[in-house]
Design a protein around this ligand. Structure first.
Ligand code: AHR
Length: 475
């Protein structure tokens, strides 16, 4: 029998799991929240970020030294970047938890805070990879200030390498999903699921959900690890990370119907291709070990780590530059998550939907601006500070970060590299005009008074700034 489900206890760590009622999400809407800037938190890998019912975002993750469990919180996602970080617990002087501490996750169960993590001994040699899953438990209501003590080791069917545990609740049952090496299977780790009886024991034999076999799962190492769960649109989506932790690291996806038997491996369909991979255009390499949360407006967010360079000297596991990153998570028409590409360093990008023609977004094909929806990445544009006074801004497509929208003399709007010329510095400047309370905005061209960026019959051009085609909705 699973232990009592505390709805209260799970709003926090399950924030990204259950589609919070729109009214709740709307009530929490805070459109004025500062825009997060990637990398959100440097040198924190395997990040878990969730919004708890106390209104705080909590964040933990692996530190490069792998020697301590840390936690920070903020009222906004962007605020995590500068939030004070508490050390909850440090690895022990000797014994099975005196070496690496990996991939912590914070969960509240029946009002009690637990932090799960993988740990190994410090004896040197291969023994340091004798990694097992443990939990520490907090003695108080505030995880940032409470005292933490070891609760014990997770009881799994095999005494073998296991890590990256996560907990979620579905239909009143609390499950754990984790990665483990199974005797007799020649992989580094596979994914397992089991209903929980207590914080460290299961109420049924675990089920094996996937073994890394596809080419993109076995590059460098045969790995399926770091499961994360998202419950949306009648389905459960379980992302996981695959291959070596260098630029080949990527996300895979398992999908199950919300009414299926989650313990039946046949309920889970594996995507044949990875859903989130390295992108050299946005300079994010080895994106993975993700979690999910919602932003201040209740919109789904993907949390993950990634480096902003490809070549790594030495063992990637000891490279400190897996930085925590966040970005919006969108969906395709059939409700499947569209992960797009890792958006790259800088303020989070937005999509701009034509108010006059909602089927068309501002997009680009190479350096040509178009109206349409060719792919998520081709519709994401980053707004940065302009050069024509405090209200001016510049717009750049995430796939061509060295190109900017330019109001050309002939009335067209094109993408051009920053030539540093006076003409470029004038024609690349726009002012974002928001229609308060209507969610509508316009981009007035500094170089063309009375004109703004518009879309007419799928063409992007300068139009009269009050023309219907000059109005956009940010998404
Ligand atoms: O970051 C340490 C470990 O490396 C994580 O537990 C795992 O997901 C990754 O491969």
């Amino acid at each position: 029998m699973s232990f009592a489900l505390s709805r209260r206890g799970f709003i926090g760590s399950a924030a990204a799991l259950s589609a919070a009622p729109a009214a709740v999400r709307a009530a929490k809407a805070d459109a004025a929240a500062p825009v997060p800037v990637n990398p959100l938190v440097k040198n924190r890998a395997d990040a878990q970020i969730f919004r708890h019912e106390d209104g705080y975002y909590y964040m933990t993750g692996s530190v490069p030294e792998y020697d301590r469990l840390v936690l920070r919180r903020s009222k906004t996602i962007a605020g995590l970047a500068t939030a004070k970080e508490a050390v909850l617990w440090r690895h022990e002087a000797s014994g099975p938890r005196s070496g690496f501490l990996w991939a912590p996750e914070l969960h509240q169960i029946d009002g009690v805070w637990y932090m799960y993590f993988a740990a190994g001994p410090s004896g040197g040699g291969d023994d340091v990879f004798r990694i097992r899953t443990y939990a520490v438990v907090c003695d108080g209501a505030d995880p940032m200030t409470g005292k933490w003590r070891v609760l014990g080791e997770l009881q799994t069917p095999w005494d073998s390498f296991n890590l990256d545990s996560t907990i979620f609740v579905h239909k009143g049952v609390r499950y754990m999903a984790w990665a483990q090496r199974e005797p007799g299977i020649d992989t580094n780790s596979n994914l397992y699921i089991a209903p929980m009886k207590t914080p460290l024991t299961f109420s049924a034999q675990p089920a094996r959900l996937t073994i890394p076999t596809l080419d993109w799962e076995v590059r460098g190492y045969k790995v399926a690890e770091a499961p994360a769960i998202l419950h949306r649109n009648g389905r459960l989506f379980m992302t996981y990370s695959a291959s070596a932790t260098d630029a080949r690291y990527c996300l895979g996806l398992l999908t199950a119907d919300e009414n299926a038997d989650l313990m039946d491996p046949k309920s889970w369909t594996k995507s044949k291709q990875p859903v989130f991979v390295t992108n050299s255009q946005t300079s994010v390499y080895g994106p993975g070990h993700n979690s999910f949360t919602v932003d201040e407006q209740g919109r789904d967010m993907l949390v993950y780590h990634g480096r902003d360079y490809e070549e790594i000297k030495g063992d990637p596991l000891f490279n400190p530059d897996r930085h925590t990153r966040v970005q919006r998570l969108y969906y395709t028409a059939d409700g499947t998550p569209d992960f797009g590409v890792p958006v790259g360093n800088g303020p989070l990008p937005e999509r701009f939907v034509s108010a006059a023609n909602p089927a068309a977004l501002l997009a680009h094909e190479g350096t040509r601006l178009i109206g349409g929806n060719p792919s998520l990445a081709q519709t994401q544009f980053r707004q940065t500070k302009g050069r024509a006074g405090k209200d001016s801004i510049m717009l750049s497509p995430i796939l061509m970060p060295d190109h900017y929208l330019v109001a050309a003399k002939d009335g067209t709007v094109t993408l051009q590299p920053d030539s540093k010329s006076a003409d470029f510095s004038l024609r690349s400047q726009f002012v974002r005009l928001e229609e308060k309370g209507q969610g509508l905005l316009r981009f007035a061209a500094v170089a063309a008074p009375g004109k703004a960026i518009g879309m007419v019959d799928g063409q992007v051009a300068l139009v009269a700034s009050r023309d219907n085609s000059a109005y956009w909705r940010a998404d």
